[in-house]
Design a protein around this ligand. Structure first.
Ligand SMILES: CC(C)(COP(=O)(O)OP(=O)(O)OC[C@H]1O[C@@H](n2cnc3c(N)ncnc32)[C@H](O)[C@@H]1OP(=O)(O)O)[C@@H](O)C(=O)NCCC(=O)NCCS
Length: 250
């Protein structure tokens, strides 16, 4: 997927619309003190890092998840490397994915949320779907662990198979939007998935994002074996102004 470009050489294991105005709720953006966790109605969202690498591995090792991200299950060692990268991104960029836990049982439900998008050719394709304004190309002031866009973010989700069909991804997604616009003051949030990942596209629409078009990147193509260089990815976008407008009507 798009993340494969960013992480090539680091590891092969990678992460990669109907609007319900009343459900784009700010109440899902509740900080939980010191460790930076946030609560949603059913989930505790903990910033991913070395301390929860095994839980990240549990998600990406799941048979419902890994086939969307690569050709084989990730090893625990790869998950540790990935979690370290995520922790570093939280530290340097102020954001990356969360690990989602059931608030009551503590079970690992999935992972998801935001990340800053790298300034590279693949992500540059998204300029076509964003306003023709200077903020789109501005890079984040900290150029580590990679050079990232400052003013817009990517959002995504992955749930262990046993937690599908219960609204958890949408819950993570809404929390991510609230964090992006309410805390990080982002101008836009984008989401990309291979064209045939209809479940992921449905989450995007459910949380109020709008289909914008397609880009091409390395990934899977329906009906073809293995990753292809120019797989079609569907792109959804939510601009700050649309988020703000929804706030007025909430
Ligand atoms: C993509 C993925 C996260 C979507 O998960 P999901 O469970 O379909 O999405 P949601 O959590 O938003 O759940 C929505 C469903 O739960 C239902 N639901 C049940 N109880 C609910 C509740 N309390 N609140 C909201 N929805 C609820 C909805 O009606 C909807 O059902 P439907 O799919 O039959 O329409 C999941 O399929 C996955 O992990 N896939 C593998 C990884 C992946 O592809 N990630 C994306 C890569 S870009």
């Amino acid at each position: 997927m798009l993340w494969a470009r960013l992480l090539t050489g680091l590891l092969r294991f990678q992460m990669q619309h109907r609007r319900h105005r009343g459900t784009l709720c700010r109440v899902e953006d509740r900080p939980l003190a010191a460790d930076g966790s946030r609560f949603t109605r059913r989930l505790r969202l903990v910033p991913a890092g070395p301390g929860n690498a095994r839980d990240l591995w549990l998600v990406h090792n799941d048979d419902g998840v890994w086939p969307w991200y690569g050709n084989e299950k990730p090893s625990l060692e790869q998950a540790h490397q990935r979690a370290e990268f995520m922790g570093e991104s939280w530290h340097l960029h102020g954001v990356h994915k969360w690990i989602a836990y059931d608030r009551v049982s503590g079970e690992v439900v999935g992972r998801g949320g935001l990340s800053r998008t790298p300034v590279d050719d693949d992500w540059g394709q998204l300029y076509a779907f964003l306003p023709a304004e200077p903020w789109v190309r501005v890079a984040h002031e900290i150029g580590r662990p990679f050079v990232a866009h400052a003013n817009w973010l990517e959002i995504g989700w992955a749930l262990r198979r046993g937690f599908w069909g219960r609204g958890y991804a949408s819950e993570i997604g809404r929390a991510g939007l609230a964090f992006a616009f309410g805390v990080l003051r982002a101008q836009a949030v984008v989401s990309c998935t291979v064209r045939h990942n209809v479940r992921s596209r449905a989450v995007m629409e459910r949380i109020g994002m709008r289909y914008a078009g397609e880009i091409r990147s390395r990934g899977f193509v329906e009906g073809m074996e293995g990753e292809q260089d120019d797989a079609p990815f569907a792109v959804c976008v939510l601009l700050r102004e649309d988020w703000d407008r929804s706030a007025v009507t909430d």
